[in-house]
Design a protein around this ligand. Sequence first.
Ligand code: FES
Length: 104
Amino acid sequence: MARTPAELVGANPGPSFEITMDGRPVTALPGQSVAAALWSAGILAWRTTRHTDRPRGAFCGIGQCYDCLATINGEPNRRACLVPARPGDVIITQEGHGHARLSV
Ligand code: FES
């Protein structure tokens, strides 16, 4: 009989909550990173590269590659794999270096 990952680790997460990704509601669990919550919702890319607009999402998952950069609650260049999801978080696809709206 197969066991779920939650059973294997004895996890007992609290109630789920909602974050949004480009306005789309996404369900997250306490303890999940933003990247994990997005992956759980089937969202695999939330950034485009600076020069070629190629899609990027989580790659290493441990804060080393910077592929997972996202704008989280208005702050660009956050590593989604390291940021714990919090109720009401607003995630926005990051384009380029994340400062497109700034006049600098
Ligand atoms: S996935 Fe590599 S730094 Fe986040």
